[in-house]
Design a protein around this ligand. Sequence first.
Ligand SMILES: Cc1cc2nc3c(=O)[nH]c(=O)nc-3n(C[C@H](O)[C@H](O)[C@H](O)COP(=O)(O)O)c2cc1C
Length: 214
Amino acid sequence: MHNADAGIGGNFPAIELPPPRFDDLAPLRDAFRLRRTEQTFSGRSLEPQTLSDLLWAACGAPQSPPEGLSAVADATASNAQEIDVFVAMEQGLYLYDPERARLAPVLSGDLRPLAAAPWLPRSGDKAPARLIYVVDCDRLETPHGKMAAPADPETLQAYSLVDCGIVAANVYLFAAAAGLNAWFHECDRPALAKRLPLRAGRRVLFAQTVGYPY
Ligand SMILES: Cc1cc2nc3c(=O)[nH]c(=O)nc-3n(C[C@H](O)[C@H](O)[C@H](O)COP(=O)(O)O)c2cc1C
């Protein structure tokens, strides 16, 4: 629960806000209303268009944005765009390439169970897609954006976790709007680090499971 303790405040009048209504923003209001973590999924696969929209919402940032969409879906520190999304599906593991709107094959076989930490319920192991968020620290350290990020390790780590959270929040909202269930969770980092062909400077952060409800 949020702690909006009045005792913290300064000695001047509060601003009383009207209840949130999202007038004229019905689709956004509905997405907020429906956004929640759900840990159960049907085995129904995601249609290619849904998958494309979902992944663009996560971290789409192609050079030429599709008609009607902004250039960058997710805010990142210094616009580093350092979060890569691997997608674990029944047949194999892919890497999302927003530039070419494509899932590049990485490993064959079902890695979905590794995308959830061993202590978690296994309810997402057969979900159609598990997104595995990986940070590329090199991209954070040499940002191409207009603001140069401070390079101390603690700040860089904080940036990568915040940026991952923003990606995840986009996915939660997209899922809510598209009638999908979503679940952000811990993953089996040691097992994934062994299996994923990660270049130096890349680290597995978290995972998010997405699929249709039963
Ligand atoms: C940083 C972070 C880590 C999380 N890790 C887990 C996890 O390991 N297992 C899990 O079941 N849920 C995990 N969750 C989901 C939260 O438990 C969930 O978002 C919270 O209970 C609020 O529910 P809501 O998303 O429906 O509002 C995590 C969420 C966040 C933001």
